[in-house]
Design a binder for this molecule. Structure first.
Ligand code: HEM
Length: 120
């Protein structure tokens, strides 16, 4: 038997969708970044972010969205905005009772995407 992957340890798709919902709602209340999401379709962003996390953590789901570079290109996203997003992710993981090891792994995956998101 293989050790459970991050997707499984996060509790699978249903738990990841809840997490994505909490992250989105935190973004809407985060003064550093909320202006970025004024025109967003909440359900659609949550759907795409859920797929992205599931796919990126070892789940069987396909990701139907755009890649990170294409998505964020031209938005001129700052380091401060990037940290604000990471802050929201950490808070959401804490509120959902995600374990330390899983938090660290998801945070490291998120951090590694910085070159495809900040000032691209
Ligand atoms: C690790 C960090 C991040 C991840 C994993 C991430 C992931 C995503 C994903 C999966 C999408 C949907 C892609 C699509 O539309 O096809 C998206 C859209 C978007 N992201 Fe990010 N993102 C990150 C950081 C940021 C940052 C720092 C900002 C700026 C504050 C930002 C602003 C946006 C905006 C404005 C959209 C479009 C939302 C909409 O369609 O209404 N993202 N992101």
């Amino acid at each position: 038997m293989n050790a459970p992957n991050l997707y499984e340890r996060l509790g699978g798709e249903a738990r990841i969708r809840e997490l994505a919902g909490t992250i989105f709602d935190k973004h809407k209340n985060n003064t550093t970044i909320h202006n970025r999401y004024v025109d967003s379709d909440r359900d659609n962003v949550i759907r795409l972010v859920t797929e992205f996390i599931c796919n990126g953590t070892g789940g069987p789901q396909a990701y139907s969205g755009r890649d990170m570079l294409t998505t964020h290109r031209g938005m001129n996203i700052s380091e401060q905005e990037f940290v604000a997003v990471l802050d929201d992710i950490v808070e959401a993981l804490d509120e959902h009772g995600v374990g330390q090891r899983e938090k660290e792994e998801l945070l490291m995956i998120s951090w590694s995407l910085k070159p495809e998101i900040v000032r691209v």
